[in-house]
Structure formats: structure tokens, C-alpha cells
Design a protein around this ligand. Sequence first.
Ligand code: GLC
Ligand code: CA
Length: 568
Amino acid sequence: MKQQKRKPEQEIIYQIYPKSFQDTNHDGIGDLRGIIDHLDDLRDLGITMIWLCPIYPSPMEDNGYDVADYKAIHPHFGTMEDMDRLIEEAGKRDISLMLDLVLNHTSSRHKWFEKAVQDPGSKEHGYYIFEKGKEEPNNLRSVFGGSVWEKVRGRNEYYFHSFGKGQPDLNWENPALRQEIYQIIEFWKEKGIKAFRMDAINFIKKPEKWRRMEADGPDGRCKCTKVVRNHPGLLDYLHEMNEKCFKSDGIVTVGETAGLPYDQLEEYIGKNGCFTMVFDFRHADLDIRSGDEWFSRAEWKTADLKKRLEVSCSHIQKYGPGTSFLENHDQPRVTTKYLRKDQDDPYGKKMLGMLQMGLRGVPFLFQGQELGMINFERTDVSELEDISSIDQFGRARECGYSAEEALHFVNLRSRDNARVPYPWNEEKYGGFSDADPWLACNEQAQKRRICFENQKNDPDSVLSFYKKLISLRKSSDWSDTLNAGRIRFEEGNEEVIAFTRQKEEKELLVLCSFADHPVKTLCRKGTLILDNYKETDMNVKVDEEGMIILRPFEAMMIETEKRRENDE
Ligand code: GLC
Ligand code: CA
């Protein structure tokens, strides 16, 4: 089948964590063939694009975000032939692929870095950030803990790493390095890749001089994001890469740009922006006070979430398409995060789906979200695999929390929550593999019988509801409104997130209740398009004060009459 040309805002993107999707060769590690085997399931779900987390050769210190070779496939995942087949088979189902490009750093096992360390006179030495000296150039803390500086063995020289010490940062200042990067992108474009997710891309610009920073923790260090994230001058590189690699070929790009100030959005996603879309994480991180310290928990209310979404959407819609996401491979499960004690409530889960699909922005689903997966509760720190979970456990202890408290924070936020094997069925290891998986399954989800097989043919399942939402967005009379309509947040009960989507003469009102009890909220009369409760009157009526009663976690999408222009 010939691939249809879609506009970016018509995509429905599904993120796959290859290591945990499906194992086919009995080694307990997911692989590309496993993805190929499930392409029909993904087509049935209705998605149009797969974002594939890194599949490149890697020592896996950060699960593939430490790339040792950009133009090859990790043997765990299969071969380049498997990759070609995946691209082709997905294409036959009108699904395209988005590759994860990790260009801020390589693995320390990349041949460039090995050469750079061996020979300080080599051209590869200039591909990385080295500083000469007997001491660390400054006191920055890396994202995964400890210093950003690592001493080169046998020399008075340090290399810089924003993330793990096995992830040395590349020196984008160097034009030869930038050429190498553009060639990598060309290599994948020639293979038929039409979309890229740009990992940690707002870290690539470094300051000219390193200076000591005021400490922000008992370790005497200061978090590096204050210095190396969104550093002035960054855009020069991004615009150059766009000109050279993306623009003329209509490549879809999404930048991972945590902390990007809204007043810079135009440069990123405006008419002459460097990317198609960017991720804004402010709503996803509202449960932690400082974004990256998981033990610094924040109290929040539905109204706070609504505010963050409102501010984000209203800025983004001035310029271009946005992204709408609730989960990814770095986030815990949204059920546990947003529904808290009601994490397993089926109405709550469907309500979250309606929220995401109703919001403005290209929807990104993370594997398992469509089943309503919940967080795990690991009982010992040794059960954690993720590099940042282990660091955060240690940092919480350092900051005076008990082991029990530290584990609690880590369970709430661990990136392993998203990375557990996909639960296909109720067999041992959830049908993911017949061998002991690289990361233990989520027992709490297993006990609750959350799996694909149990939901696939059940018209009332969370999965079936996601299918309805996707088809509404993809191929219904409301597609245009949902994909490209303006968003406006509405007044109402403080436990309800309400907004309208409007395009030309059509308007949809979306109501999402976060309350576990009935609540009264403002509404307008109209025709019900979709509701997460079964017995519902299609004719939506309101009382004389314009109010309606929503059942616990009820979510409604209502066709309403378009408000007069001067109301807007
Ligand atoms: C991004 C990725 C994350 C990874 C980090 C370093 O934030 O999403 O998983 O650990 O970059 O590459
Ligand atoms: Ca395998």
C-alpha cells in the first residue's frame, strides 16, 4: 500500500521501548522481530507512526541512550535486515517510523571516543569536550548524579558528561563533528526514515568558560541543567541542522526540550522553526518540585494540572503543532501519577485517555498506556535497573530520608515503571518472553490482570476506549477539530478539566472529572460524541444554571453550538 501523505498534526504516535515489547528469540530481551509480529495489533489500535527508542549498538548503561554506533543495530535487537523489514512491513500498514537520535552524547565505547582518549592529537579528540587540569573544572552535578567531569586515565585531563559517565558529550562547536552528525541523519533518511525524536537536544550548546556554581545540594554541587540546558547560541546549531537535514525533505522532528522558556517557542516550532514539534514537560512533572529530584515531592490539585496545560497549550498554539502526551520511557505510569489512590479505576483511566486525545497536540502514547498500566512497588533497591533510579535512591538517602522513604519516592517515579515487559497475556512473563526477562514484570499489574489479551475483545476495556478515541481523532467528522482546532480552557468545578476545541463552524466541549465522587460543573447543551460511561443520554442537557452532574471520573466529549465570535 502506498503511504498516504499526512500532515504532522494528523499523526498518532506510539512509542515502543524495544527492549520490553516482545522477545522472539528466547533471551528475555525484546527485539525488532517482536515488533514486526505485533504490527497488526498496532494497526488495529489505529496508530500512524512508531517512535522507536534507540536500537543501536550500546553497552546499555542507559538502555541504549549511550550509542556506540549510530549506523548499526544492537545484536540484542536483531540485524539491519530486520530493521529494513520493520520499515517495510510498517509501511505496508501505513505506519511510519520515528527514530530516536541521541546526538548530545555518545557512549564512551563509541569508536570516536575510544580514539579521542587514546590519542589527544586525533581529530576525534576534537569531537568531545575535554579540559586539561589536575582538578575538575567546576562543581556541576550530572543528571544521573556525581560530577559531570571524569578524569581520563593517565592524563591530567577531564571529559564532560551531562548524563552518565559512560555518555561523554559531543562538541557541537566542531564543524567536522556536525558533518558526521548530518551524515548519520542522511543514512537513516535513505533507509526510509521520515521522522526523528531529538534526544536531550537542548543540551548541545556549552558555555565558553566553565565556572564554579553555587551549590544546590549537600554534595556541594549544582545541577548541570542550570548551565548546559537551553544555553544561548543553541539555536544556531539547531537551525543549521534543520537547513541541512530536515527542512527540504519534510522530515517530522520532535525535540526533547525540557525547560524551554515559552518565549523562545517561535524559534523552535514557528514558521521558520528548527523542529516540527517540541515536548513540554511541565504538566508531566507537576508531582515533583524540582523536575529532577524525585524525593522533592509536590502537592498538587486538579486545578494546578489544568493551569499547566492551559499555559502550555495557549503558548504553543500561537506557533505550531504541539505534542500531547501523558507517559514516556522516562515517566512513571500516568494512572498512578494522576489518579493516585484510584490508579486502577477504569473510568479514571479512560478519562485520562480522553484528556490526552482531546488536548491540542499530536498524541504520543507510550506502550502499555493503552492498557491502563499502573506503577509497580519494588520492595528492594536491588530490583531497580534504571541508572537514575539508583542515583535518586542514593541522593534521597544523602538528603536524610530513610531507606523506606527513598524507595517509596523511587517507586513513584522510577523510569523502570514504564520499561517493564509489555503484558501481552497472563502467562509467565506476561507472554513477553519464555525466558526470564531482563527486567522483572510488574507484579502489581499482573495481580490486577492488566494485559492485552484480556482487553482486546472486550468492548468496555481501556484498550477499546483508546481505539475509539484514536479513530475519533484519525478518521471522523471531528478529526479536523481535534487535530487542528484551537483550544480554550473553560471555567467549571475545580476538580474538572474543561476545554473546547474549535475549528471553523465546529466546536467540541471536553469535560474530564478527576473526582472520585459526583461533581456539578458548568456545561453547555449539545450532542454527546463520546463518554467513558456506558449508560448515557446522547442529548446533553443542562440545568437552569447551565450545570451538569458528572459521575466519578466521568469524561465527556460534546458537540456544542459554536459560540459567537465576539465571545472569544
Ligand atoms: C533523554 C532520554 C533519557 C536518557 C537521556 C540521556 O532524556 O529520554 O531516557 O536517559 O536523554 O540520553
Ligand atoms: Ca530477544
